[in-house]
Each structure stands twice: as structure tokens, then as C-alpha cells.
Design a protein around this ligand. Structure first.
Ligand code: GLU
Length: 303
């Protein structure tokens, strides 16, 4: 394998040369106007180093990547009880699909589609106030990233609250199936704030070290939970493009509509990539290509 610093800077150059950026998430007004031609990549390796290229110090909206941290927090709180309310299968439908929830009688198929994430956050919220639930998720992220400089962008949270009709529809449908314990508005307020957490790729890659089981990672997640979360990232982390991501990259990954992707190369590296333009599935267009290049050039695919 060539030198990792060279690989990463080569990928950064190639992504800018290709200039095939996709379109930032249009349904969240605060994200819609972000310039698409931005790219960042950070890789933490088993020897304790972080390699970065591009805008790796620019905080971006982690959106659905927060579902990984919310899942870890909730599993830590209630363990396997969560699985009575959410499944562990990929959907083959969009991240915010409503139809599949009807087919599945209100039990979302996995914790990474919106309906499943809303149920996961509902389970975490029970018995505490929204600010406590959010503080728990943020606290976990800060511990995993070993950085206190991780914050919520209140404008993004408000923007999503004002336009979140579809997530409201999902929450009310879950309620009709008795799969919500909390008031939908209170719950969605919590969910929108969790999605509006901002991180840089450097911070996000640092936070993934626990999932990648790197020797220098802080000891904040049990190995059992890390293994299970990785399995779900592999099978469900990219919505209806999860199969394609496995095929092209061969590593567990979780995308968000802010254009970020967290990728785990077990015992080798934790990788974060950001480019805000999305493809038709709601995954970062340039980011997904960069992930495939990195996996190809490093041989890190688990297959
Ligand atoms: N906050 C977004 C939503 O609920 C998350 C979706 C995503 O990042 O894929 O629509």
C-alpha cells in the first residue's frame, strides 16, 4: 500500500478534478444553500495518527450519522429491549419512506431509517427531559471524539422543525401503532436537535475509533455493542443504497444528508468523509466515490 497521506491527498485532488458534486439536501432550508464543491477526509489509524485532507476543520451537520450515537446511547441504557420495537433488517426503501411502516405494522425495520431512529430516540427520552437525552448523546460523542468542541447548530434544528412534516407523519403513524411513549412534538424536537449536531471530519474520525476497535480508542462502548452497531452500519447504513455501498466499499458506514459518512475499517482505521452534495439516495455523491477509492487503494475492504 502506498503512503496513506499520499493516498488521501490524491483522493482530495481527484474529487476536485472530477467536480461531480451532487446537490445539498433541499428539504432542510438551512442546508439547501451550502456550496456543494467542498470535500474533507480524515483517517485515524491503529498507530494513533490522524491523516486529513481538504476541509477537515470545517464543522458540518452530521444529520443521520447521529443515529449511530443515539443507538449506542440507547443500547447502553436499555440493551436488547430496544429490539422489541425496532428491527435489524435493511429496507430497500428511502430513508424517510412511509409505505414500509404500514407494511411492517408500525415496527420500523432498522434504527437507521428515520422511523427507526425516531423510536430509538423515543426509548432514550422516556424518563428524562429532551435536554437530558441530548446531553447524553452529546456527552457520548465528546467522549468518543475526545473533544469538548462538539455543538448543536440551533438554526439547522429550527429549520428542520419548521419543515419536518414527513417526520411528523412518521411519528404519528408510530403513535397509532402504540410504538411511541412520548409526545410526538417533544420527541421530534429532541430528534431534530440530535440531527443538528455539527462535527468536523477530524472529530468524526476520532469518534469512530471505538467502533473500529483501535488500540488507542477511549473505552466507552462495549465490544458487543460496537460489533452490533457495525453490523447494522454494513447492512443498513446507506438506506436503499446499502448494498451498493457494501459492494463498492466493503466496510460498515453511516451516511447523513449533511453529506457526511462515518466508515469503520475494523482494527485498521476510522474514517470520516464530508462533501455536502447528495446523490438520489440522500448519500454524499463525492463522499461515496472517495470511500470507494480509499477502500480500493488501501485494501481495507472486509471481504
Ligand atoms: N434529519 C434528517 C431527517 O430526519 C436525517 C436524514 C438523513 O440524514 O439521512 O430527515
Amino acid at each position: 500500500m502506498a503512503d496513506l497521506a499520499e493516498i488521501i491527498s490524491g483522493i482530495n485532488e481527484r474529487i476536485h478534478e472530477e467536480a461531480d458534486w451532487g446537490v445539498p439536501a433541499q428539504y432542510i432550508p438551512e442546508l439547501a444553500g451550502i456550496p456543494a464543491d467542498q470535500f474533507a477526509i480524515s483517517v485515524c489509524t491503529a498507530n494513533g495518527r490522524t491523516y486529513s485532507a481538504g476541509s477537515s476543520h470545517v464543522p458540518f451537520s452530521i444529520q443521520s450519522i447521529s443515529k449511530v450515537f443515539a443507538l449506542v446511547t440507547t443500547l447502553g441504557r436499555i440493551g436488547d429491549q430496544l429490539w422489541t420495537r425496532v428491527g435489524r433488517e435493511p429496507t430497500g426503501t428511502a430513508f424517510d419512506a412511509i409505505s414500509i411502516l404500514e407494511t411492517d405494522a408500525g415496527r420500523p425495520r432498522n434504527p437507521f431509517i428515520n422511523a427507526g431512529a425516531i423510536v430509538t430516540t423515543d426509548a432514550l427520552l422516556s424518563g428524562r427531559e429532551p435536554r437530558q437525552a441530548i446531553a447524553e448523546i452529546l456527552g457520548l460523542i465528546r467522549a468518543m471524539a475526545e473533544s469538548d468542541e462538539v455543538y448543536i447548530n440551533a438554526k439547522v434544528a429550527r429549520s428542520e422543525k419548521e419543515t419536518g412534516a414527513r417526520n411528523r407523519a412518521l411519528a404519528h403513524y408510530l403513535l397509532s401503532h402504540d410504538n411511541l411513549d412520548n409526545d410526538p412534538e417533544k420527541l421530534l424536537g429532541t430528534y431534530f436537535h440530535q440531527c443538528a449536531i455539527e462535527m468536523t471530519t477530524d472529530q468524526l474520525a476520532m469518534s469512530g475509533r471505538c467502533l473500529a476497535d483501535l488500540p488507542n480508542a477511549p473505552n466507552v462502548i462495549s465490544r458487543t455493542h460496537a460489533r452490533r452497531v457495525n453490523a447494522l452500519m454494513m447492512s443498513c447504513g446507506h438506506y436503499d443504497a446499502s448494498g451498493e455501498f457494501s459492494y463498492q466499499v466493503g466496510l460498515p458506514g453511516k451516511s447523513g444528508v449533511g453529506g457526511g459518512i462515518l466508515i469503520v475499517a475494523p482494527r485498521k482505521a476510522s474514517i470520516a468523509i464530508w462533501s455536502p452534495g447528495l446523490d438520489g439516495y440522500g448519500n454524499s455523491k463525492a463522499g461515496t466515490r472517495a470511500a470507494a477509492m480509499l477502500s480500493h487503494q488501501t485494501g481495507w475492504s472486509v471481504f
